[in-house]
Design a protein around this ligand. Structure first.
Ligand SMILES: [Zn+2]
Length: 198
């Protein structure tokens, strides 16, 4: 029996998604094949659009659509507060929790020598430059309470020490070892209220 190269290609694409193994990828590819033409086209369009319309804000690193940053370009936000997160989705969790209305800075990961993630590979230089440029009264390190998060917080707080800006970290209603994007809104809100100076 001849193979189905386009189905295999699609399956291979699905297997690149997190948590999707070869079997699941194959099931997904068959499901796409069975979709109504309209749904399939809509699906393909959505995938193309995230690539075309979404980019990273050059200042803070948050994802933005149509060139407008949800944080930097929002005039109503408190511009004296800067919240440092590992990933875009952490900022979105904080937004959903409510309570914080300052600016953001996305590092693009956490320092982890074992995974080959060194400070140079993260947006730490641009963070330091942003803080040095002035205007911020407090930098809140909202990094997950994991070994990597702790290491990164410590590293950044040392770099910012000379700027004289107050550096705080989230209080621990957050469970140790937990990732910020899994925490519920109330826990995140409490963690913000309980933030402490480093
Ligand atoms: Zn921005």
């Amino acid at each position: 029996m001849k193979g189905l190269p386009s189905l295999e290609n699609l399956s291979l694409s699905f297997s690149k998604l997190p948590g999707v193994g070869a079997k699941t990828a194959e099931r997904m590819a068959y499901a796409v094949l069975r979709m109504e033409r309209e749904d399939r086209e809509e699906f393909a369009k959505s995938i193309a659009e995230v690539g075309e319309k979404i980019s990273k804000c050059p200042t803070c690193g948050l994802y933005e659509e149509n060139g407008e940053c949800p944080s930097c370009d929002d005039e109503t936000r408190e511009r004296s507060l800067l919240c440092v997160v590992s990933e875009d989705r952490d900022a979105r969790s904080i937004e959903k929790a409510g309570g914080y209305h300052g600016l953001y800075h996305v590092l693009g990961g956490l320092i982890s020598p074992s995974k080959g993630l060194l400070p140079e590979g993260l947006s730490i230089d641009s963070l330091v430059n942003r803080v040095k440029a002035g205007g911020f009264e407090e930098v809140i390190l909202a990094l997950s309470p994991t070994l990597e998060g702790e290491t990164t917080s410590l590293y950044i707080s040392k770099l910012l020490a000379s700027t004289g800006v107050k550096v705080t970290r989230l209080g621990y209603g957050l469970p140790m070892g937990a990732s910020l994007d899994y925490a519920d809104g109330l826990t995140i809100e409490k963690a913000f209220e309980g933030r402490r100076k480093i």
